[in-house]
Ligand binder design. Structure first.
Ligand code: VGL
Ligand code: ZN
Length: 208
């Protein structure tokens, strides 16, 4: 495989998405060391952090009478209500302590606006507001992106779909992702939609 001008995008490998965290993803910590082991293959390594203010609209605690995992519609945008997670500056928002941050060229923080969520590292959930990641990638003449991280069926999925839509050759390293799988079979459904979009699915063995 040719990694010429390609970027690895490491999505949300943060304490709150790992076992013991506020929105723990099963096996989230298992991907840390293999992700470290592939970083040096890529021209650029970009990491993202979910980075929410305390009054963020995605927190169930900010909606009277609502429970965790309820779905609501706010300003015409569907929103799953999550336990409070990745509060900016908190330990839960920090990268997993074993993740090799020294190799990051860029860190993108998303979901910082209290009134809008951002699963994708490219566009907020209004599908309009840009995070700046597209500009960085184009400025660096990067044509191909490889994705790994958390969660397969949320932030990895939406980032991959936007990357493909923007015209970048997009590959998901599936065994370096872990998902929420909520609702049931959401991971499988997300993978099928990504494949339908022309996104390539590989495993780490195809990189090492
Ligand atoms: C994520 C739910 C809420 C993710 C972020 O990183 O996949 N999921 N916020
Ligand atoms: Zn979030």
């Amino acid at each position: 495989m040719d990694f010429g001008r390609s970027a690895l995008i490491v999505i949300d490998v943060q304490n709150d998405f790992c076992p013991g965290g506020a929105l723990s993803v099963k096996g989230g910590d298992e991907i840390v060391s293999p992700i470290n082991s592939i970083m040096n293959k890529f021209y650029r390594v970009i990491a993202t952090q979910d980075w929410h203010p305390e009054d963020h609209l995605s927190f169930a605690s900010n909606h009277r009478g609502k429970s965790i995992y309820d779905e609501v519609e706010i300003n015409g945008i569907k929103q799953v209500l999550w336990p409070a997670h990745c509060v900016m500056g908190s330990n839960g928002a920090g990268f997993h302590p074993d993740l090799d941050q020294n190799r990051f060229h860029l860190i993108i923080r998303k979901g910082t606006d209290p009134q809008i969520d951002s699963y994708s590292a490219f566009l907020e959930n209004d599908k309009k507001t840009k995070t700046g990641l597209e500009g960085y990638i184009r400025s660096n003449n990067i044509e191909e992106v490889f994705l790994c991280g958390l969660a397969t069926d949320y932030c990895v999925f939406f980032t991959a779909m936007d990357a493909a839509e923007l015209g970048f050759k997009t590959t998901v390293i599936l065994d370096l992702c872990r998902g929420v799988d909520m609702p049931e079979n959401n991971i499988r459904r997300s993978i099928n939609i990504m494949i339908g979009k022309g996104i390539t699915m590989i495993n780490i063995s195809e990189i090492l």
